[in-house]
Design a protein around this ligand. Structure first.
Ligand SMILES: [Zn+2]
Length: 316
């Protein structure tokens, strides 16, 4: 049997075929062109059926279809409630697919799907729990406990980027102030790096980048390794912010594993995961426990969303 997964992104639709060993065996990609919810339902069904045809898979060889949307979903009713950047409101996706193909349809939030993908690909031993924290423009989090996505009773839960770590801090797009993603996302790191450069005209970061326009999430880490004091301070503070939120998660869930995703997660272990692991341990409850939450790099990269969407059918 196979599982079909579709990752609905802001600019692209990516579909994939996942086998019984949870491996991605075929993919298909197309640009997202949204004209109406009706058209979108047709496109998603067309795409799934085309993926089967291209790979000579019959409909009855597919156990389920899962779709990951950038927003909130009601999986039980098969309805996408609301998405970010695409004007979808209360779209009955399962019903739309069922007009042409009677297959179980599962829906998830994209960050939750990515977390589910990481959960099933962690290793040989089945995990009790995993939280995926993706550091990007914001911070996406997906919470998996006992193999199940935790998104709250209404589908809006598991939004760890919007836990407040600085009371009365920087305003966030969600309406609150001081949210974790305003301080510990990749975009926040870029802002912090630029501010440090402006305050330190002698910093090596100026020569390394050639100017503020070229600053990215790697700048401060690279300059720190070259011995630049201002860069070292930026990284130290960034890790402090990151650890603050991670410790909050650990205090609530004590997850077996927290996987970090996004470009920042590719920094060398000794510059990121190793210091974070000890900072977090110093901050959180359960220091005396025999086993502690392990911080790891996410494994699946860009495919996590498709694989996780497909595995919504396994998770149930
Ligand atoms: Zn927020």
């Amino acid at each position: 049997m196979y599982y079909v997964g579709i990752d609905i992104g802001g600019t692209n639709l990516k579909a994939g075929l996942v086998d019984e060993h949870y491996q991605l065996v075929a993919t298909k990609k197309m640009p997202l062109q949204f004209t109406s919810m009706e058209q979108m339902g047709e496109t998603l069904t067309d795409m799934a059926l085309a993926l089967l045809e291209e790979n000579h898979i019959a409909r009855d060889q597919v156990a389920s279809i899962g779709m990951g949307f950038p927003g909130s979903v009601d999986n039980r009713r098969g309805v996408v409630i609301k998405t970010v950047n695409i004007p979808i409101r209360f779209m009955p996706v399962a019903e739309m697919v069922h007009r042409r193909w009677d297959v179980p349809v599962y829906l998830g939030n994209d960050a939750d799907c990515a977390a589910l993908g990481e959960y099933y690909h962690y290793g040989d031993e089945k995990l009790e729990s995993l939280i995926l924290v993706t550091l990007g423009t914001g911070i996406g989090t997906g919470i998996i406990l006992d193999g199940k996505i935790q998104a709250g009773f209404n589908g809006f839960g598991g939004e760890g980027g919007h836990i407040v770590i600085v009371h009365g801090g920087e305003p966030c797009t969600c309406g609150r102030k001081g949210c974790w993603e305003r301080y510990a996302s990749a975009s926040a790191l870029v802002r912090q790096t630029k501010a440090a450069m402006e305050a330190n005209p002698g910093s090596a970061m100026w020569q390394m980048t050639g100017g503020l326009e070229q600053v990215d999430g790697r700048t401060a880490f690279a300059a720190m390794r070259a011995g630049d004091a201002a860069a070292k301070a930026v990284v130290k503070q960034y890790l402090d912010y990151l650890a603050e939120g991670l410790a909050n998660f650990i205090n609530i869930f004590q997850p077996e594993v927290i996987a970090l995703g996004g470009g920042v997660s590719h920094e060398r272990d000794e510059d990121l995961l190793v210091p974070l692991q000890s900072m977090v341990l110093d901050m959180c409850f359960g220091r005396e426990a025999e086993r502690h939450t392990k911080l790891v790099k996410a494994k699946l990269g860009n495919d996590a969303g498709i694989i996780g969407a497909a595995l919504l059918g396994v998770s149930g």
